[in-house]
Structure formats: C-alpha cells, structure tokens
Design a protein around this ligand. Structure first.
Ligand SMILES: [Ca+2]
Length: 195
C-alpha cells in the first residue's frame, strides 16, 4: 500500500514534468488610496499648514491664480520673503510600496522677479528619515500645471504598517511674488500578495 502511494506521487510529478508546466506561484496586488481631500476642495480638512507670514494660510480658494481642478489649491510662497508649509501624515500598510502624485504649477517669473525661491517636496518617516524628495526653483517655471510623481524606494517597505509624512515646503528670498501652486495630490500604496 505504501509503495502504491509513492508510485502515485511519482506519477503525478512525472506528469507535471512531461507537460513542461511547473507549478507557478501567482501574485495579486491591491492599490489603496489613503488620502482624502487631495484636491483641497474641503479646504484644509486633513492637512496641516503654516506660514512665516502672520495670518496667511496657504490652502485657499481665491479665484486667481486658478486651481488645477475645482477652486481650492495650496498657494506656497509669493510673498517676497518667508516660508510656507503644507503637510499630511498617512499610514503605509505592511509590505506596501508607495508613490505620490500631484499637480504643480511654478508660475512664470519673467515679469522681473530676480530673487530665489524653492519648493521642496519630501516623504519622511516617523523617525525623521527622508526617504524621497524632489525640489523646484523659480527656474522650473511652467506654462500650466504639470503632473509630478515621487516614489518611495524599496528600502522603506516594512513588515509592519508605518507612518509617513508628505510635506510641501516653499522658501523664498526678497523679490519673489510668484507662488508655487499645488493641487490634486494622490497617494497610492500597493500591496503585493503571493498566492
Ligand atoms: Ca482643487
């Protein structure tokens, strides 16, 4: 009886080899979008914002300059001097890769502004390590909103959920009156499953 079971098993293996179809593991992935109000149409709900200019709040719905969609957006800089920030903390699931997209308009500085301004976009973990960042200056001006992406390196992927903060920081010197405009922020965390 025992020999018969072994024979059956060997037969099964032989059948797989004969067919040339090794048993392949299949995978699936699930995209999660943990960010709501990425287009700021609910105002500052879910976001933190600050400015060195007393009373100024970067998230607003002024008709000019225009938003990428809707009427609300983040307007960072454009005061002539100072710094503005808009940030958001979210949770990255275990074993998930993460990418951020947003629409950025760096306003045309050709009207005579000569000072320096910079926008830094950063993804930072709860222990203060910046895993991905990008930066733009007044020389990166564009005619219209353009889509930008930031992807976390594989080194951030962990076996437990982790907190991550997305920050937009604009700093400028004297002579800048054209802001950085940010709208329609989206975060995608992708969990890959071995089936
Ligand atoms: Ca908007």
């Amino acid at each position: 009886m025992k020999n018969r079971r072994w024979a059956e098993r060997l037969g099964a293996v032989a059948a797989v080899v004969a067919l040339g179809q090794p048993a392949l593991a299949s995978t699936a992935h699930a995209d999660i979008h943990p960010l709501d109000n990425g287009g700021f149409e609910l105002g500052a709900a879910g976001w933190r914002q600050s400015s060195t200019v007393p009373g100024y709040r970067p998230i607003g719905n002024q008709p000019s300059p225009a938003a990428h969609s809707g009427t609300w957006k983040a307007v960072l800089g454009g005061h002539g001097v100072g710094a503005d920030t808009v940030s958001r903390t979210f949770t990255v699931p275990a074993f998930a890769s993460t990418r951020v997209s947003y629409w950025l308009h760096v306003e045309d500085p050709r009207s005579g502004d000569r000072g320096f301004r910079q926008l830094v976009v950063a993804l930072t973990s709860e222990d203060g390590v910046t895993y991905a960042s990008d930066s733009f200056t007044n020389k990166d001006w564009t005619e219209r909103y353009e889509r930008r992406e930031l992807t976390l390196p594989d080194g951030f992927v962990a076996a437990v959920p982790r907190q991550l903060t997305l920050t937009f920081l604009a700093a400028e010197g004297v002579g800048n009156h054209h802001p950085f405009l940010v709208d329609d922020v989206d975060i995608t965390t992708t969990v890959r499953l071995q089936l």
